[in-house]
Ligand binder design. Structure first.
Ligand code: ADP
Ligand code: ZN
Length: 604
């Protein structure tokens, strides 16, 4: 039986009509005192899963989160809803911390956010003994996974919560988890009794596209200009240097871009993050240090200009687009050099053999996704053990790539590699091999006598670009490797032999030939995000301006006041009374009280 108190909180406080997906079951389970492990994609609605039970149960919900920089925003958003929320972390003045502690002891808090390292101090544990705890919510629970990309050692200490407060329900939540990670989370957090709630990981409003990289900054600029002018977005890069140069490049081209990486001072990072959240149309160029817990609902695109290291990380990063359910883009540019570089990084990485093997498998899964001729979403969800039919909203579904018989082309590449590999000690990159195949005379081909090789000029029938595609796919499929003992020269693998001997046919993915710059292709039709009849637009714009003013006065991001989706509904429904307005999704009792009259005046 579902708990009527939960439904009441959902409508009264949050202003939503009904729970989504598993939310109801999770909320009921936790209210009844059960432990839960919740896996939901980013934007799936995890917060309500612990916020509602914390409001229904007696006492304070303790939320463990690694995201100190976001606690203020989270607490502000709850305060706007009339929820009594606070946080304890190292950024706080001790006097303020005292007040928060006292409020907790006096039973005056519904939710208290604490960073794990703070929680595990004696002082904090003693404090928790003095108040009443409704539940523990462990957010970003994948941080406990030592194999994961967000590992936080402090998370390992959290299993003690269960020993110290065995009767308090615990709910662990994450947006990223393969079956293996899920088992690891349950083990390390001692969640043996927890019920697992695994939502569908599909995010149908995100359009997935993976393109071949050539001039990547140009390609990125084209994407932004042709499809996302004025939108908020995130661009992920692998290194700090690349973040800086890409942000500069975008700024020079009139895009409001900001950098974010671990090499910047805390103050600069905080300032850039705050601008991204508060201003419209900022493009954040970042390493993967950016993004966890950022719940900005209207990020319209996430672009990767370097190959991510794992599908798990990639899916989490792209999930930051389109949390509001409106159309969004996930775009990845990837090329031969990415494969070479990542294989080399794995070989040179610290760590034992098993660790490197694991990295290699993660890279292979990512490459498989890039090179697939199947629906991208089918591949992505299969990685999380979920099955769907072709999605109709990815590049493969929209413009199916062609497969071609690349056996002979592959043989040409492999024989050239074999010939050059004999001269180990020289470092011949992919470019040199392609020059040889195409019969292009250069200083290097002349100096090293490579023009007399039998393979010189055997590949004049394919373009540079097409050859890069062949090499890249051979590397991706492990039919070619980077030999580090030979100073990074390309080398054959076990699998190469069968191809060379003609025992194995090789189907490759056809690269589309480079489109002239600025050309419009068929996928470039942009779905209008705020799709409103023209007569509703003036009211929508007036509401947005009003929201901007209020947000500025309160010092919070605009979406904390109301989401675009709520303003859109108001502009359509034109409510004439407070009662009508209260039925709009996202308008709870507190916001109705605070802003109802203002809005009705605007509607009139
Ligand atoms: P997550 O933490 O899983 O990434 P959030 O908790 O931030 O997701 O929720 C994503 C968005 O969906 C938020 O804007 C939230 O207000 C909205 N949302 C969540 N649950 C509901 C619901 N039952 N009805 C309407 N909107 C919801
Ligand atoms: Zn698809």
């Amino acid at each position: 039986m579902s708990d009527p108190r939960a439904q009441d909180v959902l409508q009264r406080v949050f202003g939503y009509e009904s729970f989504r997906g598993d939310q109801q079951a999770i909320v009921d389970h936790v209210i009844a005192g059960g432990d839960a492990l919740v896996l939901m994609p980013t934007g799936g609605g995890k917060s309500l899963c612990y916020q509602v039970p914390a409001l229904v149960r007696q006492g304070t919900g303790i939320v463990v989160s690694p995201l100190i920089a976001l606690m203020q925003d989270q607490v502000d958003a709850l305060t706007e809803l009339g929820v009594r929320a606070a946080f304890l972390n190292s950024t706080q003045d001790w006097r303020v911390a005292r007040e928060v502690e006292q409020a907790f002891i006096d039973g005056e808090l519904d939710l208290l956010y604490v960073a794990p390292e703070r929680l595990l101090t004696d002082r904090c544990l003693q404090l928790l003994e003095r108040g009443r705890i409704a539940l523990f919510a462990i957010d970003e629970a994948h941080c406990v996974s030592q194999w994961g990309h967000d590992f936080r050692p402090e998370y390992l200490g959290l299993s003690m919560l269960h020993e110290r407060w065995p009767e308090v329900p615990r709910i662990a939540l994450t947006a990223t988890a393969t079956a293996a990670t899920r088992v690891e989370i349950a083990q390390r957090l001692a969640l043996d009794q927890a019920e697992h709630f695994v939502a569908s990981f599909d995010r149908p409003n995100i359009r997935y596209r993976i393109v071949e990289k050539n001039e990547v900054r140009r390609q990125l600029l084209d994407l932004i200009r042709s499809e996302h002018e004025g939108d908020s977005g995130v661009v992920y890069c692998l290194s700090r240097a690349r973040v800086e140069e890409t942000a500069d490049f975008l700024c020079q081209n009139g895009i409001s871009a900001l950098p974010y990486h671990a090499g910047l001072s805390t103050a600069v990072r905080a300032a850039n993050q705050s601008r991204f959240l508060r201003e419209d149309g900022i493009v954040m160029v970042a390493t993967i240090a950016f993004g966890m817990g950022i719940d900005k609902p209207d990020v319209r695109f996430v672009a990767h200009i370097d190959l991510p290291k794992s599908v798990e990380g990639y899916y989490q990063e792209t999930g930051r687009a389109g949390r509001d359910g409106l159309p969004a883009t996930a775009w990845l540019a990837y090329g031969l050099q990415d494969v070479v570089q990542q294989r080399r990084m794995i070989d040179e990485s610290q760590g034992d053999e098993a660790y490197r093997r694991r990295l290699g498998q993660q890279l292979d899964a990512m490459l498989g996704l890039c090179e697939t001729v199947e629906c991208r979403r089918v591949r992505l969800l299969a990685y999380f053990g979920q099955t769907i039919t072709a999605c109709g909203n990815c590049d493969v579904c929209l413009e199916p790539p062609q497969a071609w018989d690349g056996t002979v082309a592959a043989q040409k590449v492999l024989s050239a590699v074999y010939r050059l590999w004999k001269e180990r000690g020289q470092r011949y990159g992919a470019g040199h091999i392609i020059d040889i195949l195409r019969g292009k005379s250069t200083d290097r081909t002349r100096q090293h006598g490579h023009e007399t090789l039998s393979v010189f000029g055997v590949g004049a029938d394919l373009s540079d670009n097409a050859w890069r595609g062949v090499l890249r796919q051979l590397l991706a499929q492990g039919l070619l490797t980077v030999d580090n003992e030979g100073f990074g020269t390309l080398a054959l693998t076990e699998g190469s032999r069968a191809v060379l001997k003609g025992e194995r046919q090789l189907m490759l993915r056809r690269e589309s030939e480079k489109k002239p710059r600025g050309s419009k292709s068929s996928t470039r039709t942009r779905a209008p995000v705020i799709d409103l009849p023209p007569e509703a637009m003036p009211l929508f714009n007036a509401l947005r301006n009003w929201r901007g003013e209020v947000a500025k006065n309160h010092g919070v991001p605009a979406y904390v006041i109301f989401h675009d989706a709520t303003l859109r509904e108001i502009a359509l429904a034109k409510p004439a009374s407070l009662e009508d307005l209260g039925h709009i999704s996202g308008v709870g009792v507190r916001k109705l009280e605070a802003y109802g009259d203002d809005i009705l005046r605007l509607v009139e």
